[in-house]
Design a protein around this ligand. Structure first.
Ligand SMILES: Cc1ncc(COP(=O)(O)O)c(C=O)c1O
Length: 459
């Protein structure tokens, strides 16, 4: 059995469960891994659809030229389709794009024009304007215009949406995807909501982009538009593919959180994905944390990590951006942010609760110490080693109140406390400190949390 061309391999990407970054998340989180497309991104789908529709409509004829403004991946998809079908390609690319993406386009035979990022979209130098002008000037040119070409959305309505519905056997309850041209999210949302209107659709936006404010207020707020680094998501224009009525909620993700999550996906799930995939999973986890075990969250991962080797996968670059800290800069707040939580909040027991309840909680959440708390007051702490001692001595103690066996509360620190101070406070006997949060609540920080943060956010 063989394929007649690579074009037959576009789509039908796998859905893979996330198992590590989802610790403590009650619902199932499934990733639609789009780097399995032959051009290594979700954009192969729309490239093929837009070209085929143009051929049918007579807009693209043999010997024709495809001209597009692209952040890289659409170019890759178009270049691949064009290479197979024999068209010439010219792409305009904003200068913030990874050099790897531009080199890859050239490898596939495309001509690439790099344009300034920090000019308004209607500036004649912008990548939208240059592409439009070239399309008018070059005879036989076809300008797919992924932003306003509704075949973009249609490609996802016809392929990505049905695939997700079938792969989850209709069990999907939430769909999370980045918003760039919005073709992916709107096409998939339209299909899924037709099948089950209760499915919630969550868009992922960047700081510096207009989508979230537009969704909330119906207004474009120029103050919301400023430069940012994440590639592929966020916009300073409203694409024709956007249908806000299909989107229930939009979450903004910082460049840093997206980058760190992408690195986690590579390290802990073996998913070597791009920056915006990190942003999408970061947002999906915010959603998934609040759901129940019967919920099924599908998050779409648009592209592959190789295109970001000189950026988010380069420790030196990450440091220059301030995305990785030196150990002396690491604070309790940062450790809490990166904590691999198995509990939705802080697990605690009351002084009068029986020991068996403490044991149950420790087993369920795989934790080794449990604060004893009532009405916001800390009474003490139970450690795993103390519990073993007590229960070895007297198995009947399991029905006794925890207050009889608890140790004095550990040291209390603040979110702003540097971690090098905290690490000196932790001992074998008391491997945790309590953190008094700004809102009066409590959290706990253990030796393993610090270890985890040292590996994840520093170099
Ligand atoms: C890396 C990456 N992530 C996400 C997206 C967003 O997808 P869409 O344009 O369908 O909204 C894109 C689109 O350019 C992208 O290149």
């Amino acid at each position: 059995m063989w394929y007649k061309s690579l074009l037959e391999l576009i789509g039908r990407t796998p859905l893979v469960q996330l198992n590590s970054v989802t610790r403590g998340v009650p619902s199932t989180v499934l990733a639609k891994v789009e780097y399995f497309n032959p051009g290594h991104s979700v954009k192969d789908r729309i490239a093929l659809k837009m070209v085929e529709e143009a051929e049918q409509a007579g807009q693209l004829r043999p010997g024709g030229t495809i001209i597009e403004a692209t952040s890289g991946n659409t170019g890759m998809g178009l270049a691949l389709v064009a290479a197979i079908k024999g068209y010439r390609c010219i792409f305009t690319v904003p200068d913030k794009q990874s050099k790897e993406k531009i080199d890859a386009l050239r490898a596939l035979g495309a001509e690439v024009i790099v344009t300034p990022t920090n000019v308004p979209p209607d500036d004649p130098r912008s990548y939208y304007s240059v592409a439009k002008r070239l399309a008018q000037e070059i005879p036989g040119a076809f300008y797919p215009n992924q932003y306003d070409n509704l075949h973009n959305r249609q490609a996802h309505y016809e392929t990505t949406g049905p695939e997700i519905w079938e792969q989850t056997e209709g069990r999907i309850t939430h769909f999370v995807a980045g918003m760039g041209t919005t073709g992916t999210i709107c096409g998939v949302a339209q299909y899924l909501k037709e099948r089950n209107p209760a499915i919630q659709v969550i868009g992922v936006d960047t700081y510096g982009s207009l989508f979230q404010k537009l969704h909330e207020t119906g207004q474009i707020d120029p103050k919301e538009i400023y430069p940012y680094l994440t590639e592929g998501i966020g916009e300073d224009i409203v694409p024709a593919n956007l249908d806000l009525s299909l989107i229930d909620r939009i979450i903004k993700v910082t460049d840093r959180n997206g980058a760190l999550m992408a690195r986690k996906l590579a390290r802990y799930e073996g998913l070597f994905v791009g920056w915006s995939s990190g942003s999408a999973v970061w947002a999906a986890l915010q959603v998934a944390k609040e759901l129940s075990p019967k919920d099924v969250v599908v998050v779409l991962l648009p592209d592959h990590g190789t295109r970001y080797l000189n950026k988010i996968y380069n420790d030196g670059w990450m440091r220059t951006q301030g995305f990785l800290e030196t150990t002396s800069e690491l604070t309790v707040r940062r450790v809490l942010e990166t904590k691999n939580r198995k509990t939705p909040g802080l697990a605690t027991v009351s002084p009068a609760d029986p020991l068996r309840k403490a044991v149950e909680l420790m087993q369920r959440y795989e934790i080794s110490q449990l604060p004893i708390l009532e009405e916001g007051r800390i009474y003490g702490i139970l450690t795993e080693s103390r519990l073993i001692e007590v229960l070895m001595d007297d198995p009947l103690a399991k029905d006794q109140p925890v207050q009889r066996y608890m140790a004095d509360p550990p040291a209390i620190v603040l979110p702003s406390t540097p971690v090098d101070i905290v690490s000196k406070m932790l001992t074998r006997e008391m491997p945790a400190v309590l953190v008094q949060l700004e809102d009066g609540g409590w959290d706990i920080l253990t030796r393993s949390d610090i270890l985890h943060a040292l590996v994840d956010t520093t170099m």
